[in-house]
Design a protein around this ligand. Structure first.
Ligand code: GDP
Ligand code: ZN
Length: 292
């Protein structure tokens, strides 16, 4: 029986990319009974019949995003603008946590670099580079970095996310001839008015790999993060070398004496602003009483 990837779902039909081409099928009734909805990005088994094909089995998911609804996302491309709007680094830190929690690869894409001097922006993101994150600088206006971005997308299923106005739609339009997204706030509002339901699709890239045609969440609440404050430290990759070296086991790295992470901040081995971002998230999540 053919296996494949759901690239589109519309009106109860699923479109599955298999080795033999795209198969249109309906989900078996058992999924409805079990309250399971097949998602774009699902790996599935289908069977081919004369009158109608059926989607028989959904393979186990490695993760699942809610916005956009896509399963098995390999990579999150987190887009911020160099300016207009000014990057909100604390928000970036939250996006990074969500990606780490969901086992997704991460690429940080800084767009609109045509509007700012390169050293200024590289300085701002140096702590992220030092922490080991991939950073791509792009400009859709001046066609900078688009080829680099394509290299990151190759052979992966990627979702773009980031605040509104940073250039996500403009970037998607550069990647694929069939991306044809409205850019700019006013036209998007008109577009949303016209189209009440948007169906997310995975578009196959010429170079290999897929990109969701709907950008992801643009702001985050801790509610959605499902992170345990006691595990937050592991989600800051630049802390990992120091964890386990604190004086107290179970050190929260906020107030305890003899904390190796705090010490690393003092010795400038860990960026102070990233550390402060950690402390704020830790306190906020703790206040919510979250421990999963
Ligand atoms: P989205 O809300 O993240 O999807 O952002 P859009 O793609 O709609 O872009 C928002 C605005 O930024 C539009 O007016 C774009 O023309 C503009 N924009 C997008 N990319 C760039 C860029 O690289 N440089 C400059 N200067 N403007 C850009
Ligand atoms: Zn500590």
């Amino acid at each position: 029986m053919p296996q494949g990837l759901i690239i589109k779902g519309i009106g109860g039909f699923y479109y599955v990319k298999t080795e033999e081409g795209i198969v249109e099928c309906r989900a078996r009734g058992k999924f409805r009974n079990e309250n399971i909805t097949p998602l774009v990005g699902d790996m599935v088994t289908v069977s081919i019949h004369n009158n109608s094909n059926s989607l028989d089995k959904i393979h186990e998911r490695k993760n699942q995003l809610i916005r956009p609804p896509v399963a098995n996302v390999d990579q999150l491309i987190i887009v911020f603008a160099a300016v207009k709007p000014e990057p909100n680094l604390e928000l970036l830190d939250k996006f990074l946590i969500v990606a780490e929690l969901n086992n997704m690869d991460i690429a940080i894409c800084i767009n609109k670099i045509d509007l700012i001097e390169a050293p200024l922006i590289e300085g701002m993101f140096a702590p992220y580079k030092e922490a080991g994150f991939n950073i791509i600088y792009t400009s859709t206006k001046k066609d900078i970095g688009i080829e680099d971005l394509k290299l990151y997308l190759k052979d992966k299923v990627s979702v773009f996310s980031g605040p509104s106005g940073v250039g996500k739609s403009s970037l998607l339009n550069k990647l694929h001839p069939s991306f044809n997204m409205e850019t700019g706030e006013i036209s998007k509002k008109i577009e949303r008015g016209k189209q009440t339901t948007r169906h997310t699709q995975l578009l196959e890239l010429h170079e290999g790999g897929y990109v969701a045609d709907t950008p992801g969440f643009s702001s985050l609440e801790y509610e959605a993060m499902k992170v345990d404050y006691e595990e937050l430290d592991y989600l800051f990759p630049e802390f990992r070398d120091f964890l386990g070296q604190c004086k107290f086991t179970g050190c929260s790295h906020t107030k305890e004496p003899g904390c190796a992470v705090k010490n690393a901040v003092e010795e400038k081995q860990v960026n102070k602003r990233r550390y402060e971002s950690y402390v704020r998230m830790y306190d906020d999540i703790k206040k919510l009483g979250r421990n999963y």
